[in-house]
Ligand binder design. Structure first.
Ligand SMILES: [Zn+2]
Length: 147
């Protein structure tokens, strides 16, 4: 849903309810769109910065929509490296959205570092169920057992 821009961000809710707040729940200073929430916000950027240390490659500099289009075009198939990349994107979107909802509905806030730790734990857990014996770099990057 995040990739298709279908999550109920404040930008989308505002189209149906003009009284709705439109500012980002993380920084309280920008319009809360999918692009802002998942990539452009300083909170999300801090998470991505931590993840890229594990991911093993720098950010390609694309905006959210271009990144999603690029990933859709190139992340095809189920090779181990593609699965790891999809896991990283999926877990990051899931945990950022979860943090978004926790702040709105429960009034609970975590730091970007704690959210990044949850994402890394999720990815490690999923990768540990995959045989990475022939992919030691993925195992090394994410600090999981290769067997
Ligand atoms: Zn923000």
């Amino acid at each position: 849903m995040a990739v298709r821009g279908r999550l109920s961000t404040w930008e989308r809710i505002h189209k149906y309810d003009p009284r709705a707040v439109t500012t980002c729940v993380f920084c309280n200073s920008h319009l809360e769109s999918h692009a802002h929430l998942f990539l452009e916000c300083l909170f999300s950027r801090a998470i991505w910065t931590q993840l890229l240390n594990y991911y093993g490659s720098p950010w390609n500099g694309l905006c959210w929509n271009d990144f999603i289009a690029w990933a859709s075009a190139y992340w095809r198939g189920n090779t181990h490296i593609i699965v790891a990349k999809k896991l990283c994107l999926g877990a990051t979107v899931y945990h950022i959205w979860k943090e978004h909802n926790c702040r709105i509905f429960k009034g609970i806030q975590r730091t970007s570092s704690l959210v990044a730790c949850s994402i890394i734990d999720t990815i490690r857990c999923r990768l540990s169920s995959i045989n990475l014996k022939d992919h030691p770099l993925i195992a090394l990057n994410w600090n999981v057992n290769a067997n």
